[in-house]
Design a protein around this ligand. Structure first.
Ligand code: MN
Length: 254
């Protein structure tokens, strides 16, 4: 099985560990750049992030919130530190995840979701063993607010030391666990990601210390994938076409 299928629908995970920025009059971040064929999902743990794109969407992300941008047919966006955060300085801590789109949705119009703390259910785990904050997919009778194109489960789980927890996932789903802080079993320390078998069903987690982890699950997209620069398509030909489209202005203006 190619590695893409073993982690699909996830493509890439960019981890920005906690880092303290000095005050600045000019917001840091990434200026206008394109994406096509997938979604960027940003989980902000600390700091502020400002988003603007060529589809006319913008959003200010605060700590605890999630941004779910569907690049789809093609978009230009910029990702900057928030204005107030830049002026004051402080700790930025986030992850950005790339989630693939299947061929039939690669040309869906660009869209944008800001998921606030109020929208994401926080569920108490049995025996006082921690909490599940649900971003996408299902846990027990709860659903995360993110609208996805294929089945995706994304949750932030806080576990108390000694907790043994079962997180249900569908048979055949990709199952990844990123440790943000603390330690899970089998030497899964903070900053590490564990990949569990796709043939099992439930995800068993045992916390050695208090731990904060991100669960990434989902139905693998069984299609060829060609990722190049900011584009993720099904063939090399489609990547070349994306560059032609970008140069001819089809991604709009920012
Ligand atoms: Mn980007």
């Amino acid at each position: 099985m190619p590695w893409q299928t073993e982690v699909s629908p996830f493509i890439l995970l960019d981890y920005h560990p906690p880092f303290e920025y000095a005050p600045s009059d000019v917001p840091r971040g990434v200026g206008a750049h394109p994406h096509k064929g997938f979604e960027t999902v940003t989980l902000l743990f600390s700091g502020e992030v400002q988003h603007r794109d060529s589809a006319g969407n913008q959003g200010d992300l605060n700590a605890g919130e999630v941004q779910w941008m569907t690049a789809g047919a093609g978009v230009l966006h910029e990702e900057k530190h928030g204005a107030a955060f830049s002026k004051q300085g402080g700790i930025l801590h986030l992850i950005q995840l790339w989630v693939n789109l299947p061929a039939k949705f690669k040309n869906t119009p660009p869209s944008y979701q800001t998921l606030t703390e109020k929208e994401m259910p926080v569920i108490e785990l049995p025996s006082n063993s921690g909490t599940v904050k649900l971003i996408a997919g299902k846990y027990a009778d709860y659903s995360g607010p993110a609208k996805t194109f294929t089945p995706v489960v994304l949750a932030e789980v806080k576990l108390r030391a000694g907790a043994i927890v079962t997180f249900p996932l569908e048979e055949g789903y990709t199952a990844l666990v990123l440790v943000i802080s603390g330690q899970l079993m089998e030497g899964l320390d903070s900053g590490y990601m564990g990949r569990f078998s796709q043939t099992g069903k439930d995800l068993h987690l045992e916390a050695v210390t208090d731990a904060q982890v991100i669960i990434l699950g989902g139905e693998p997209i069984q299609e060829p994938m060609v990722a190049y620069g900011p584009f993720v398509m099904n063939s090399r030909q489609e990547i070349l076409q994306a560059y032609t489209d970008l140069q001819s202005g089809k991604f709009g203006v920012l």
